[in-house]
Design a protein around this ligand. Structure first.
Ligand SMILES: *[C@@H]1O[C@H](CO)[C@@H](O)[C@H](O)[C@H]1NC(C)=O
Ligand SMILES: *[C@@H]1O[C@H](CO)[C@@H](O)[C@H](O)[C@H]1NC(C)=O
Ligand SMILES: *[C@@H]1O[C@H](CO)[C@@H](O)[C@H](O)[C@H]1NC(C)=O
Ligand SMILES: *[C@@H]1O[C@H](CO)[C@@H](O)[C@H](O)[C@H]1NC(C)=O
Ligand SMILES: *[C@@H]1O[C@H](CO)[C@@H](O)[C@H](O)[C@H]1NC(C)=O
Ligand SMILES: *[C@@H]1O[C@H](CO)[C@@H](O)[C@H](O)[C@H]1NC(C)=O
Ligand SMILES: *[C@@H]1O[C@H](CO)[C@@H](O)[C@H](O)[C@H]1NC(C)=O
Ligand SMILES: *[C@@H]1O[C@H](CO)[C@@H](O)[C@H](O)[C@H]1NC(C)=O
Length: 474
């Protein structure tokens, strides 16, 4: 009796083993559940593997991405669609997004940017720049690209987008590029954008570039590039309205956040400003650049930027203004509060002769930028070489500068003269070391003059929805 029972159990075990092996050989279907917060949840989901994707790090998935997104675009008006990228290494060239669409990366999914130039179509320069930054002709389409879209989400459980930039940096240094390098993400002329919970590595050039777009949330990004890498800016809101950048950690070879709006005559003519921008809880390490740069391309204007709870470590400068005669445009109503800086070359830096023209032999000397209403308060900095270098433009001084409640501890080898000011006007309150004479201390009650406006920006009213999915995929 006992022997029979044992035999039966053995037979059952064997049967289960055989049948599970059989199904495994057939398809290896996995059931994955996940949830995250998004501008919109999607009614339809599919996996990249449904479209022939192979995550071996060697097979090109460009066609798989293109056919998946093209297929899923049919759901734009039927509840929208999500493309799931499972764990694996997915080599691909540039691909384009569609409207009412989410690209979601599993935590162990890595998108690897192809090094085959044929996988990077060339497009026209940006109208507000007139030419490419690396080469005058066209520019390589960004890795993840989109134009004229609405409701686009790129997110993931901290999945990775690896630009494999060394390939591009070499060609840049060797002056072999015929076109401007691609960015990791560029969305143009689009409304309602979310880019969140991802890691970006080694971008060929800028990492995240929303341009001519509005209603944008960028949240929870880790962006890493080697410090010597060329132009690997973190996030560049460019001619965008109503944007919120929060909870990002950036280590890069250029500015962590660079706010822009077009270049010289092209930007002036296009005339599309960046306005209503919040940057909060940013941690930046950028030994050769700024935590937040305003410019240098600001010819369409930059207005109403609010930066708070910013940490800069081993960074060249804090919130920096870069402009030149010939740029035109304006930078006004800029508010910064609660900033902590460790080991900085400059705590405050404004430059009115940055140069770097779209055409170095031809710019309009009458196109004077207007820099006005720049407010900093509650700033603590240590190990600083120069407290401030504030250089305006003689026939267009930088005005309405307000600096309050700031304590800067100078480095042992600090410059003997911590403040340098030319062609600027403004006030200070409770600032050490003692500011230059053009920024006289007006007493403690003036701290409030540097404060944020009371009304919040509309992007802070936008709430994310909780989305839950269960998808079966190979
Ligand atoms: C990103 O991840 C964090 C931590 O895992 C989570 O709390 C947050 O909800 C996620 N954000 C979004 C926008 O999904
Ligand atoms: C990688 O892909 C190339 C071209 O697609 C192919 O020739 C090569 O055999 C692949 N290598 C491996 C290790 O799979
Ligand atoms: C995208 O929108 C812009 C601005 O509205 C327009 O000039 C351009 O022609 C559009 N492009 C496409 C491809 O529809
Ligand atoms: C995401 O991954 C990066 C790189 O591995 C890591 O440094 C970072 O802490 C991760 N972020 C979260 C929220 O887990
Ligand atoms: C640039 O163009 C030249 C001349 O057509 C060509 O030889 C070279 O391979 C191109 N470089 C790249 C990186 O495509
Ligand atoms: C201060 O900054 C210098 C570089 O300017 C650096 O070498 C040194 O380690 C820093 N000291 C501290 C205490 O962080
Ligand atoms: C720069 O300006 C000069 C003088 O107007 C002009 O001759 C030249 O073609 C311009 N260069 C470019 C690249 O546009
Ligand atoms: C001054 O700044 C410090 C550091 O951010 C902050 O703790 C303090 O409350 C501020 N003081 C005033 C009067 O706002």
């Amino acid at each position: 009796m006992r022997v029979q029972v044992i035999r039966l159990v053995c037979a059952l075990l064997l049967a289960t083993l055989v049948s599970s092996e059989a199904t495994e050989r057939k398809a290896k279907i996995v059931d994955t559940s996940f949830e995250y917060n998004a501008l919109n949840c999607r009614a339809h989901s599919a996996s990249l593997t449904d479209f022939g994707g192979v995550g071996d790090g060697n097979t090109s998935n460009t066609k798989a991405f293109q056919s998946a997104i093209s297929y899923l675009s049919q759901y734009a008006s039927k509840g929208g669609a999500q493309l799931y990228v499972p764990a694996g290494k997915w080599l691909t060239g540039s691909f384009s997004m569609t409207s009412h669409f989410t690209l979601y990366l599993n935590k162990d999914a890595v998108l690897l940017a192809s090094q085959d130039m044929n996988e990077w179509p060339v497009i026209k320069p940006l109208p507000s720049y007139g030419r490419g930054r690396d080469a005058p002709a066209g520019r390589y389409t960004s890795f993840i690209f989109g134009t004229n879209l609405t409701d686009v989400i790129v997110t993931g459980d901290n999945g990775t987008i690896d630009g494999q930039g060394a390939f591009w940096w070499q060609q840049f240094y060797n002056k072999r590029l015929n076109y401007t390098r691609p960015y990791l993400i560029e969305l143009m002329f689009s409304d309602k954008i979310q880019i969140s919970n991802l890691t970006f590595l080694n971008s060929p050039s800028w990492n995240v570039h929303p341009v001519y777009s509005s209603n944008i949330i960028i949240k929870g990004l880790t962006i890493i590039a080697p410090v010597p890498s060329p132009n690997t800016d973190g996030i560049n809101p460019d001619s965008c309205t109503n944007t919120r950048i929060e909870d990002c950690y950036i280590v890069s070879g250029d500015d962590c956040v660079a706010v822009k709006s077009g270049w010289d005559e092209f930007g002036i003519k296009f005339g599309w400003p960046t306005k209503q921008l919040v940057i909060r809880r940013l941690t930046c390490i950028s030994p050769q650049s700024a935590a937040i740069a305003l410019g240098s391309e600001m010819s369409g204007g930059i207005q109403d930027v609010r930066a708070e709870d910013i940490t800069a470590i081993h960074t060249e400068s804090g919130v920096r203004i870069k402009t030149s005669i010939g740029r035109g445009g304006y930078v006004k109503d800029i508010y910064v509060r609660r900033m902590t800086m460790h080991t900085m070359k400059w705590a405050f830096w404004m430059t009115g002769n940055y140069g770097s023209y779209a055409n170095n032999s031809h710019y309009d000397p009458k196109a004077l930028p207007e820099i006005k209403g720049i407010n900093y308060r509650d700033v603590v900095a240590d190990n600083v070489t120069m407290a401030a270098t504030l250089e305006g433009i003689s026939n267009s001084p930088f005005t309405g500068i307000c600096i309050a409640n700031v304590t800067i501890s100078m480095a042992d080898k600090a410059n003997e003269k911590p403040w340098t000011c030319t062609d600027i006007e403004g006030i200070t309150s409770g600032v050490t070391p003692k500011p230059c004479n053009s920024l006289l201390d007006k007493g403690p009650e003036k701290i409030k003059t540097c404060d944020f406006p009371p009304e919040i920006l509309p992007i802070d009213l936008l709430e994310l929805k909780k989305c839950t999915y269960n998808i079966k995929h190979a």
